[in-house]
Design a protein around this ligand. Sequence first.
Ligand SMILES: [Zn+2]
Length: 562
Amino acid sequence: MKEFNREALRWALTNAVEHKGHADVKSVVGKLIATRPEFKSKIKQLMETVEKVVKEVNKFSLEEQRAKLQALGVVEAPKREERRGLPELPDVDKYPKVVTRFAPNPNGPLHIGHVRAAFLSYEYARKYGGKFILRFEDTNPANAMLEMYDKIREDLRWLGIKWDEEYLQSDRLEIYYKHAEGLLKAGGAYICTCDVMKFRRLRDRGKPCPCRGLPASEQLKRWRAMLEGRYQEERGVVRVKTDLKHPNPAVRDWPALRVVTANHPRVGNRYRVWPLYNFSVAIDDHEMGVTHVIRGKEHVVNELRQRFLFDHLGWRYPTAVQYGRLTIGGAVLSKTQTMKGIRSGEFSGYDDPRLGTIAALRRRGFLPETIRQVILDLGPTPVDSALSWETLAAYNRRAADARANRYFFVPNAVKLIVKGAPKMREVHVRLHPSHPERSERVLPLFYEGDSLVVYISGEDAASLREGQVIRLKDFMNVQIKSRKPLEADFHSRELTEGPKIQWVSAGAVEADVIKPDGSHEVGLAEPAVADLFVGDILQFERYGFARVDAKSPKFVVSYAHR
Ligand SMILES: [Zn+2]
């Protein structure tokens, strides 16, 4: 009867989700009989149950119905038109070829927010048969990290993002110098040697500092002095001339290049003058022929700044597409917090499950196609979005369900003695219920004298009642005889309606599960997990999806989601 209700609920929810939140009694009954012909004999009872269940289900919102369906462990069938296309980019016909770029700063790991820029830029370039550029923006010697270049490349490759060209800004200093010199000569920029506070006071009142009006000959003299290392940090700043009355003081005469004495991890102490973000970005976007800049809307002020530079140089500003911020429920995204936590040992590394980094998502068993699909479905919408782990899990479940083979895992294992069970050596079970071609896994059995010994989860053990008949899944039914010690009698082999419980017996493997909050849960997994490789995605039945994290000295998986 319980099973009956469950199945009715399942099909009512499925039907509701497929029909804009409204389930239909006849369709649900039809589905039930088609999938479970044995229910046909109880048709009257079936109709009554379904009517009641459908009425309940139709009271919920579509979102609630989806959530309930997921809670039942039912995977929604992927919609036929899975890939909603990205909206068209503006101005495509104005350019001979679309060129986009992803420009990470190698000062920390990529997280899901960055990857939005990467995927959108990449997918748009592909959509229009254009070019996609990877550009490392590493012109701050003090924060560029040598290990990050490869980590970022590795993350992008894993996500399936391929770039046509790669540049490192730290290799391009001469190009920035050439343009800076040209600007100084032409009067589009000047070198300010004022105290920063003094400059700001003047700027905030819309007044020029004394350096602004000096002739080009003096600017070039200062420029040579700057390159020769004769200025202290914070004392030689190349500023781009803008409108000193611009309503936003932060736009007024913004800094373009400055003196930095720290060594750069790639090019050492070869340069003492380094461009600031807006300058190198503007020069590179033009030099690299970038047509569409797809970026977070927090860059709006930067665009205002850069437009002055484009005007000085007589260049056309690329088409900008702005999208909103993307956060992911509770995960740490801030670079500062991430780095601090790693240094202090609070996080185990860049792939600590509490982080929203790509490395952490990968380690937890999220698939690259999941991340891609989530980002593409969001598109370049300008509103801020908070991605929930539930949404991410729902996408991933869809992607991982067919791939992940099934295994038994019993957390906090408790021994169960079964008396009177038939003597057998092993039980064979399919690796995946819908993929018989993947062959079977073997669960060897262990006896103490005449009694079969199995282990079940502590939670299951605590829920059992004396006299209750339970099914050791894919094996046999047993009747609980005593709870302490936990003992049962063999009952029968054929499938019954009782609760199905995962179990292990001989050769069980100790398994350590890393949970999303960084905690651990230990238990026993069936011996077939020994055939898995690090990186494989699996499903522990009734427990959740996970990814093999390590095989020795211990079998460790990191938990993804239900
Ligand atoms: Zn000045």
